[in-house]
Each structure stands twice: as C-alpha cells, then as structure tokens.
Design a protein around this ligand. Structure first.
Ligand code: AMP
Length: 282
C-alpha cells in the first residue's frame, strides 16, 4: 500500500508506473472514513486503471475554528479501511505545507451565484476554501474522473462549475448518499455524536421524507413551515436552515415549475455538531 505525504512523491510514482497515461480516478476526502467514502472508492476502482484518495482536513474551508479543531483525524484506521477495498489504492495524505506552500489562504471564486445559497450563506468563505483545495488537488493528481457525494450536493454543483469555469479536463461524477440503518446520512461528524444523539438524529431523514410527500400537494413555503415546526418540538436539535431549491441554480423555489427538478436541503445542529442532508423531491 502506497501512502504519500508529498505531491512530488505521488507525481513521481504515477510517472514511474505509467499511471499518468492511464485513466485515474480520484476521491478527495477529509478522512475519518465511513461506508459513504468507501462507496466512492469502489465506483472509482470499477471505472479506472488507478485510484487515488486524498485525506486532507482543509483549513481554508472551515469558517468555525472549533469545528476545525474537533474534526476527527484517524489516518491509521482510514488506511486499514482503504485496504479492505484494495491494496492498490494510492493514498495522498499531505501536510498543510504541501498544499499551501506557506500561504494558507483561499482564492476568491465566482460560481455564478451557487456559492451564495445555503452553505454559502451560513459558512462564509467555505466555498472559496473548497474551490481552492479542489483545484490544487486536481492539479497534483490530474485525474480523469473525480467522485463526489450527493450528500454535499451544493459542493458537487460548485465543483462542476469550477471545472467548467477553469476549463479543467476532469469528469465529475456524483454518487448517492450512504445512510445508517436508521436513515441518518453517514458523516465523519457523526463520530462526535453520542449513541442517543445518533438515534434521535434519524428525525432528519424522516422529516426530509415527509417534506417530499408534502411537496406533492403543498407549496415550498408550507413545507418549510411544517419542517420548522417539527424541529421546534425537539429540544436537542437546532434547525439552521431548511430550503427547497432548484437543483441546477440552487435558487429557492418560490413557485413550483413542472419543468424544474427540486431538492430539499437541511442543516441542523445536534449539541453544537452540525449535520447536513438533502433529498431529491421530483
Ligand atoms: P468529506 O470527507 O466529508 O469531505 O467527504 C468526502 C467525499 O465523500 C465528498 O464528496 C462527500 O460528499 C462524500 N460523502 C460524505 N458522506 C457521504 C455519504 N454519506 N454518502 C456518500 N458520499 C459521501
């Protein structure tokens, strides 16, 4: 199993093994791997000669220093999990220096307004950090295909926009959300929840499913009202936002248009731990 902490070593390995001339699949992550991440790796292996996973907790995409500090870092057990999929997967786990070269700052991006909705509103600077790190990682790895989860649907749309605007030669592939048995979307942040909080957090996906049914007959505004009320009855949750938006523009649905595809998006705090989820509505 090859684990690289320096981009130069990864590049040399790719060149020496002629992997730079074959199809390379890339799965960028922040580690604390779970079955959701592993599903992305499996998809990459099926469709590429080589697969690279990056494990890097990117400081520039955190707007909350406490969240950055407490983000789980579990490289050893991550590597064990990757091995269960394939020993051939290349792991790139760089230092901050290797990515930022002494200047740990974001570039500023215009993603045609995608960056101003939802996560962008509540996490100022977040998508500049995401754009910056994803572009650098793409330059280092030079992937043919890159795999991103629909769990972070806004991020997926933003990465597609980044590729379009910067004319990068990589295909972005969106992958379905992996969930716990109780419906809770798998997330590295779930590691910070107590067993009881994990159990209670099933309300997030349950409410999204209810919202989906309601959206068949009610307006987006009425559905949002219902969701807000559902969370106000649960003292351990603090709803940050619930939004029904057009999948392409991510603009809030004001009046339903049959030609558009809509999606519900939610962010909820459980004991200061921020969880997000999303569901397709039509
Ligand atoms: P992260 O480590 O949270 O930055 O996630 C790395 C990649 O895994 C991103 O593309 C995420 O959207 C994706 N991902 C995270 N959680 C899940 C999940 N539950 N199901 C599918 N993909 C996921």
């Amino acid at each position: 199993m090859h684990i690289f902490s320096k981009k130069v070593d990864l590049s040399n390995h790719l060149k020496e093994n002629n992997l730079d001339k074959s199809s390379v699949g890339f799965v960028p992550t922040m580690g604390a791997l779970h079955a959701g991440h592993l599903s992305l790796l499996k998809k990459s292996i099926e469709n590429n000669a080589a697969t690279i996973i990056s494990i890097f907790v990117n400081p520039t995409q955190f707007n909350n220093p406490e969240d950055l500090k407490k983000y789980p870092r579990t490289l050893e057990s991550d590597v064990e999990k990757i091995k269960t999929i394939s020993e051939k997967i290349l792991v790139y786990a760089p230092t901050i220096e290797d990515i930022y070269e002494g200047n740990t700052k974001s570039e500023h991006y215009n993603f045609d307004g995608l960056e101003n909705q939802m996560e962008g509103k509540f996490r100022p600077g977040h998508f500049d950090g995401v754009g910056t790190v994803v572009k650098r990682l793409f330059e280092i790895v030079n992937p043919t295909n890159a795999y991103f989860g629909e769990k972070d649907f806004q991020q997926l749309q933003i990465v597609k926009k980044l590729v379009e605007k910067e004319k990068l030669s990589v295909t972005i592939i969106g992958c379905p959300i992996f969930r716990e048995k109780n419906g809770l979307a798998m997330s590295s942040r779930n590691e910070r929840l107590s067993e009881n909080e994990k159990k209670e957090a099933s309300i997030i996906f349950k409410t999204l499913n209810e919202a989906k049914i309601l959206f068949g007959t009610k307006s987006a505004k009425e559905v949002a009202k219902y969701v807000t009320k559902s969370f106000s009855n649960h003292p351990i949750f603090e709803l940050e936002y619930f939004e029904i938006a057009d999948e392409a523009s991510l603009l809030t649905c004001k009046r339903k248009n049959k030609k558009k595809k809509y999606r519900a998006f939610i962010a909820v705090f459980v004991n200061k731990i921020r969880l997000i989820d999303t569901i397709s509505l039509n």
